[in-house]
Design a protein around this ligand. Structure first.
Ligand SMILES: *Cc1c(COP(=O)(O)O)cnc(C)c1O
Length: 475
């Protein structure tokens, strides 16, 4: 091709490729479309079912152009109207979702400007926002300034980073793996065992520490297990406490676990994925000892009400983190250390990444912290309110929960498990409010998890009415 031919070919290609850089007027139309869609979606949440059993229609990619309004309609029908509506305040199952609007705006801005947030020199501003969020978290959990941390897509990925640091700090590899012991509570989240498998520690010995009546780890038993294992020549190296269990909302005795971990030189990890941010509330006392952990994970997409895909990990031993994530760390001069730690890529498995910091930073700056705290206090009270209402209806409640997850069952005279299961099904079929179930101490129970920023007293009232309605069908 000669130059003239190249120029002509480029002009032809640009007629097509230029479509990706949408023109200003059309941008306005599209943004208006999205804005209308978002407003309709949010305003409609109150009246919509939270759970739809409907099957999903075709979402096939045909490689052809389609109109934006058709696509929004498809999304509305196939995504927002199938399954669990996690943006709804009536989602009271599993661990409810969030999705505050300020974070959605932050994501939009982050995607439009697309800064390279993982390397300081590429985007000092974006990297500083990422780091500021980590620094803010350190302050929330009373971690020292020297700790490192990173934002991740969620608790599972955060756990990988934390456990990898624990593994490397304790040199758990090759022949020592099979002699190394990890202590977990019986209510530990399954992402914990999964993380061990992923990072090559499938063959460590796992000890499950039994729980007390409030589903908290029995630390006396933990200590005797560790001592026995040491006497048997094994290597205890990691203990995991949970600040807010997924099933029962319990907080392990963190301070006591920290003491045992220190005494036996084990890595102490705290899983605060669900419950972490309740440290900002009147429940602060229950979190005593969390500041003594070697690592913590928290999920802003749970107890900070942010959209899915926002997790965080804090780790005290920066050398352990650099060992796994920054290969040449040992050869760097101290002077370079400061700058190196300013680049999120050096303390996380990710290189190019979603600029997540903005979806945490912007809402905190826009609203201040008070509404977040008030929202968490509100969830704690709503669970109490719900338990009182169920009491009045003759249900049995599980033990008073530490946070905003509780469980209950109806004391049917016969076949209680089977009948409570039928009650759960009736609740799912009704679909106006979503709950989930669990098996606790061998008993089938129905769980309530209150965590959405949109769950209010009216939501709980609606749910109590619905449970009454469903109970009539079973009795
Ligand atoms: C949700 C949860 C996790 C897993 O976090 P993801 O963000 O879903 O990966 C881990 N631990 C606890 C206690 C959880 O509630």
């Amino acid at each position: 091709m000669n130059t003239v031919e190249i120029i002509s070919a480029l002009e032809n290609l640009n007629k097509i490729s230029g479509k990706l850089d949408i023109h200003e007027n059309e941008r306005k139309t599209l943004i208006n479309g999205v804005s209308d869609f978002a407003n309709r979606f949010i305003s409609g949440l109150k009246d919509k079912k939270v759970f739809n059993k409907k099957n999903v229609g075709s979402l096939k990619i045909n490689n052809d152009e389609q109109s934006f309004s058709d696509l929004l309609e498809t999304y509305q029908r196939e995504v927002t109207e199938t399954g669990i509506n996690a943006a709804s305040g009536k989602h009271l199952g599993y661990v409810p979702g969030g999705g505050i609007f300020a974070s959605a705006l932050a994501d939009f801005i982050a995607a439009v400007t697309n800064p390279y947030a993982s390397v300081y020199y590429a985007s000092p501003g974006a990297a500083t926002i990422e780091n500021e969020v980590v620094n803010w978290l350190k302050a929330v959990f009373s971690f020292p300034e020297t700790a490192v941390g990173s934002l991740s897509s969620g608790g599972s990925l955060s756990t990988l980073t934390a456990f990898t640091a624990a593994r490397d700090k304790h040199a758990v590899k090759n022949e020592t793996i099979k002699k190394s012991v990890v202590y977990l509570s019986e209510q530990v989240h399954h992402s914990t065992q999964k993380a061990l498998r992923i990072i090559g520690l499938e063959d460590v010995i796992i000890r499950y520490v039994p729980l007390d009546d409030h589903h908290r780890m029995k630390t006396g038993l933990l200590e005797s297990m560790v001592e026995q294992d040491k006497q048997a020549g094994l290597k205890p190296f990691l203990v995991v406490g949970t600040a807010g269990t997924t099933d029962t909302g319990a907080i392990d005795p963190l301070d006591a676990i920290a003491t045992i971990a220190e005494k036996h030189k084990m890595w102490f990890h705290v899983d605060g994925a669900y419950g972490g941010f309740f440290i900002l509330t009147s429940k602060k006392e229950l979190f005593k000892g969390i500041e003594r952990a070697d690592s913590i994970i928290v999920d802003p997409h749970k107890s900070m009400f942010l959209p899915y895909g926002t997790g965080a990990v804090l780790i005290k031993d920066k050398d352990a983190v650099l060992h796994s994530n920054y290969y040449t760390a040992n050869y760097m001069q101290d002077a370079a250390m400061e700058e190196m730690l300013q680049s999120p890529a050096n303390v996380s498995p990710e290189l190019t990444k979603h600029f997540r910091g903005l979806r945490v930073w912007l809402p905190l700056q826009l609203h201040g912290i008070e509404p977040f705290i008030a929202c968490l206090e509100e969830k704690l009270l709503l669970v109490k309110y719900f338990r009182n209402k169920l009491d009045e209806l003759g249900f049995c409640n599980g033990p008073e929960p530490d946070l905003s997850i509780s469980y209950f069952w109806y004391p049917f005279a016969k076949d209680a498990d089977e009948k409570n299961r039928q009650l759960m099904e009736a609740i799912h079929d009704d679909g106006s409010v979503f709950l989930s179930s669990s098996v606790i101490n061998g008993k089938f129970v129905i769980r309530i998890a209150i965590l959405s920023f949109r769950t209010k007293k009216e939501t709980v009232d609606e749910k109590v009415e619905m449970i009454k309605r469903c109970l009539k069908k079973i009795e």
